[in-house]
Ligand binder design. Structure first.
Ligand code: PLP
Length: 522
């Protein structure tokens, strides 16, 4: 197992040899200077026996093992890494001690041979302060940044675009951090299907000293435009010490590999012939890129299934080899995945091409450049996505989401959120995997309370939220807040007028406005 820390490259660096960066540099940069995304150029490789030796480790211990393989101990010592993880997971931010819990779910329509064992295992990744899986990687990232900045006596300003959950999670991550501030752009509910609960969590700290929140009259792809323009102005980016904590930041993707290792160790047996198939709700492609990395690091993965809603650019790529450009975003019941530019596809293509950075640069120029055009993979490349990266995909409509929420509730008295439902639907429908020796694991990325209207309607015409949330979950502070919000005599329809929220209106030049706002705040 190698432990060289100078190993991160830009997906578009076509120099030979390419410039190498440490994890610390990659974390602070966010985007690579050439507009590409940072990726490990060589991955640690673990034997099955080494992975088996982690059985019994807590979630935090698995995080430590993964991060230690990428971090230079002379920059951040193993002890400091431990302190960062304690700060992320030990301060009562999660409502369960084990951080992540696995729930067995049955499917009555599956073959009788499997009726004795659960059909699938749902990894509840949402026990954090904002009820979304992003808390898991974001809290560690913010702690890691704060520690690096203490050593350098520096400051960093995070610029975040959100389709629903990322903003709240980043705000939670910087509260109480002295060296970090955050500016969040979120899509107005008039132009997206961000839920009232998601908006609430995004605006509730809008007046905190190191937080700025902007409501944008557009969808999540629209707000990426001024963000990318600001990040590509390298002089501005460096003058205001800006970085990205979207899944652009490679640290988030590395931390998400832990979801795979940990849940594997919880439910897959040590038998040599057994492996896991992961069903991953995804929009920007970050979480499924992490799954591919976990497999390449040696985790016994049968396949990673990228599960999308009706915004299916990634599914079209995986199933037909065609990467479409400039599609309109469709508002669905799973708003955190309403993305038509799944930018982590760049990471997937980097892995597919075996790090052919010149090729990735060409592909991206075509796809993301002026007047973007579609990219066609060759038949061989398309087959490699499945055979070498072990990547498959599935798309589920709003109707499928609702039916799946209802079915899981009827058969298990268990409520899942619409994003998790996209993945559960894919797992129920998957008949391509052998029924023995492959364990199905679903990544559950949010608590259903964040999407209460969609869930209540799916459970059969407005069943009130208080009747389907478990008593245990009602004790989670964020769930309690949401219940209060919904039980107000006149629940608002939007919170964009909340104190402290800035506004970007249609027709304005958002890039200029964003730069002006950042310059006035920082
Ligand atoms: C962010 C998010 C996703 C998608 O994550 P990707 O980074 O796009 O893979 C899925 N579900 C929920 C609830 C999310 O918040």
């Amino acid at each position: 197992m190698t432990s060289s820390s100078d190993r991160f490259v830009s997906t578009r660096d076509d120099a030979e040899p390419p410039a190498l960066h440490t994890l610390e540099e990659a974390v602070l940069k966010g985007w690579a200077d050439d507009g590409g995304m940072l990726m490990p150029s060589d991955l640690p490789s673990l034997t099955r026996a080494e992975i088996e030796a982690w059985r019994g480790c807590s979630y935090k211990e698995v995080c430590h093992k993964i991060l230690a393989m990428f971090t230079d101990a002379s920059v951040i010592s193993r002890g400091e890494l431990g302190d960062i993880l304690d700060g992320a997971f030990d301060d009562g931010a999660f409502d369960i001690d084990e951080v992540v819990r696995i729930k067995a779910v049955k499917d009555s329509s599956s073959s009788p041979s499997s009726s004795s064992s659960p059909s699938l295992h749902v990894a509840e990744l949402w026990h954090g302060p904002t009820l979304a899986f992003k808390d898991l990687s974001m809290r560690v990232l913010c702690g890691y940044m704060e520690k690096l900045l203490e050593k350098r006596n520096g400051r960093l300003n995070l610029l975040v675009g959100t389709s629903g959950d990322t903003g709240a999670s980043a705000i939670e991550g910087v509260i109480g951090k002295e060296r970090l501030s955050v500016t969040v752009l979120y899509p107005s509910p008039e132009f997206s299907s961000i839920t009232l609960e998601q908006e609430y969590e995004t605006v509730v700290h809008a007046k905190a000293e190191n937080v700025a929140v902007i409501c944008v009259e557009g969808n999540s792809d629209d707000l990426d435009v001024p963000m990318e323009a600001v990040f590509s102005d390298l002089e501005f980016k460096s003058r205001f010490s800006l970085t990205s904590v979207n899944s652009v930041n490679v640290f988030r993707v590395l931390m998400q590999t832990v979801h795979y290792f940990y849940s594997y160790l919880q439910v897959v047996s040590p038998r040599e012939e057994e492996s896991a198939c992961f069903y991953v709700p995804t929009g920007g492609g970050g979480h499924c890129s992490a799954g591919i990395l976990a497999a390449q690091m040696g985790l016994p993965v049968h396949s990673v299934v990228a599960c999308v809603n009706e915004n299916d650019v990634l599914h079209t790529l995986i199933s037909t080899g065609e990467l479409e450009s400039r599609r309109e975003v469709v508002a669905t019941l799973a708003p955190s995945m309403d993305i038509s530019v799944p930018y982590n596809v760049e990471r997937i293509l980097f892995l597919l091409s075996k790090q052919n950075r010149a090729k990735v640069k060409q592909w991206m120029k075509r796809w993301k450049g002026e007047g973007g055009q579609k990219v066609d993979l060759t038949e061989r490349e398309r087959v490699s996505l499945a055979e070498e990266l072990r990547l498959r995909s599935c798309s589920t409509s709003d109707k499928g989401i609702s039916e799946t929420i209802a079915k899981v509730y009827d058969e298990n008295a268990y409520v899942i959120d619409p994003h998790t439902a996209v993945a559960v639907a894919a797992a129920f429908a998957d008949c391509e995997i052998p029924t023995s020796n492959v364990v199905k694991i679903v990544m559950a990325c949010a608590h259903p309370a964040k999407f209460s209207e969609a869930v209540s309607q799916s459970l059969g015409g407005n069943v009130p939220m208080s009747s389907w949330i478990s008593e245990a979950d009602k004790k989670h502070p964020a769930v309690a807040d949401i219940l209060n919000l919904r039980q107000r005599a006149s629940a608002p329809t939007t919170l964009s007028e909340h104190d402290g929220v800035h506004h970007f209106k249609k027709g304005e030049d958002w890039t200029t406005k964003l730069k002006g706002l950042l310059a006035s705040l920082l």
